[in-house]
Design a protein around this ligand. Structure first.
Ligand SMILES: [Zn+2]
Length: 73
């Protein structure tokens, strides 16, 4: 696996263990974490959209049922 800076693309040694990129100085650990968080956020958003879709699909039924129940009261 190639080890390189996610920001500037500078090639890093596999044994490079410092947190900062020697070329651009960006924090590699933080940068990777941020990318992962963004990924998680995107996933969460997709999940949320899915959930909304499901709610959107089923809400009319519930609303209808509620209304029917109310009418019968
Ligand atoms: Zn860099």
């Amino acid at each position: 696996m190639e080890n390189k800076c996610p920001k500037c693309g500078a090639k890093l040694s596999i044994f490079y263990i410092k947190q900062e990129c020697p070329k651009c100085g960006c924090n590699l650990m933080y940068y990777n974490m941020e990318a992962r968080l963004e990924e998680d956020a995107a996933k969460a958003e997709a999940e949320y959209a899915k959930l909304n879709e499901i709610i959107e699909k089923f809400t009319p039924k519930f609303v209808k049922k509620r209304r029917e129940e109310k009418e019968q009261e």
